[in-house]
Design a protein around this ligand. Structure first.
Ligand code: CUA
Length: 352
């Protein structure tokens, strides 16, 4: 391996390490991703069901283990004294008594399964009754290999916002997620807010979510959808209505590129590159639809659907070697000269 290749390999390892560290950091610190730490009414009901299953099944497991140990120790005491053809019945038991015990255990098992079934169905039913069907907000989420297209539905088309990989919602207000897929089956899952919901090509699936308290909740595609399934994350940012409104107002504005000659040069480089065939930046001639909308890219937390933190250095790595960071990604490698790269990065990161 040449020195240059060796350096590239080390750079790649660094980027991959950074990606895993980012996922780990996000999962462990501050940003929640837990089904047993509910932040909304839907996940609250799921958590109650989860703890009920856990408690009941743990009790059954312990009872079975106690009886198993008792039987083993009793058999241990008896071994050595039995003739080879001895009956396997416990001492003092007869065939009829054993039949009764097995029958009772079977009935108990069926009853317990029935209780679990009723608990599960009634939780599902009470979750489906949640959500304000009339005044709720509607957000369309479309799964793509491997990122999330997000569109805030509004009867007035000029108020319809398109963004990617990050969903802002107001707290205390029901939000309907209309799930769709552009390619294969994905699954929308934000554990702190709700269970999993498949996104199926040519079909619309819906679910209501609601956040009781402000927070940043990590979501993850929960259906294997190809090579980069694990790098298909998203964030739901729940904030008070007033803060959400000002976020929405800002996001609806066209891009406001950074001032100065570098920003302007970066914009020209972007508009003259192949980037515009896939990406949109509202307020410019870039109108591609196959990749994430970049209008306010600089305001987002991550690059490539949760693969890397959104920093200028990571964006440089992502643009110059997308396959090294996310092998199999449909992001094209666009040749950018070293003089052009810095203004381009400053322009895209400046789209706050
Ligand atoms: Cu999309 Cu897994």
């Amino acid at each position: 391996m040449t020195k240059r290749n060796g350096e590239k390999g080390a750079g790649l390892k660094g980027a991959v390490f950074c990606a895993y560290a980012f996922v780990l950091f996000d999962a462990c610190a501050g940003h929640q991703q837990s089904a047993v730490d509910p932040a909304g009414p839907q996940s609250g009901k799921i958590a109650v069901l989860w703890w009920f299953f856990f408690g009941l099944l743990t009790t059954i497991f312990l009872i079975v283990m106690v009886f198993t140990l008792l039987t083993l120790t009793r058999r241990g005491h008896r071994s050595g004294q039995e003739p080879l053809n001895a009956s396997h019945l416990p001492p003092g038991a007869d065939e009829k008594e054993l039949t009764r015990i097995v029958a009772a255990a079977t009935i108990a098992t069926v009853l317990i399964l029935f209780v679990l079934l009723i608990a599960s169905v009634s939780t599902g039913k009470s979750i489906s009754e949640l959500g304000d069907k009339k005044n709720g907000m509607v957000i369309e989420v479309t799964g793509n290999q491997w990122w999330w297209h997000v569109r805030y539905w509004n009867d007035d088309p000029s108020q319809m916002l398109v963004t990617a990989n990050e969903i802002h919602i107001p707290t205390g207000r029901p939000v309907m997620i209309r799930g769709m897929s552009q390619d294969v089956i994905h699954s929308f899952w934000v554990p702190n807010l709700h269970g999993k919901r498949d996104l199926i090509p040519s079909r619309v699936t819906t679910e209501w979510i609601e956040a009781d308290q402000p927070g940043i909740y990590r979501g993850q595609c929960a259906e294997y959808c190809g090579l980069q399934h694990a790098h298909m994350a998203l964030w739901v940012i729940a904030e008070p209505q007033a803060k959400f409104d000002s976020w929405m107002k800002h996001q609806l504005r066209p891009a406001s590129p950074p001032g100065g000659p570098t920003g302007e040069r970066g914009k020209q480089i972007f508009l003259n590159s192949a980037c515009i065939y896939c990406h949109s930046i509202r307020g410019t001639a870039a109108g591609g639809q196959t990749g994430p909308d970049l209008t306010h890219f600089g305001s987002r937390r991550s690059i490539a659907a949760g693969t890397l933190p959104n920093t200028i250095g990571n964006l440089g790595g992502w643009i110059t070697d997308p396959q090294g960071i996310k092998p199999g990604t449909h992001m094209a490698t666009i040749p950018v000269s070293s003089e052009d790269l810095q203004p381009l990065l400053e322009y895209i990161e400046g789209l706050k």
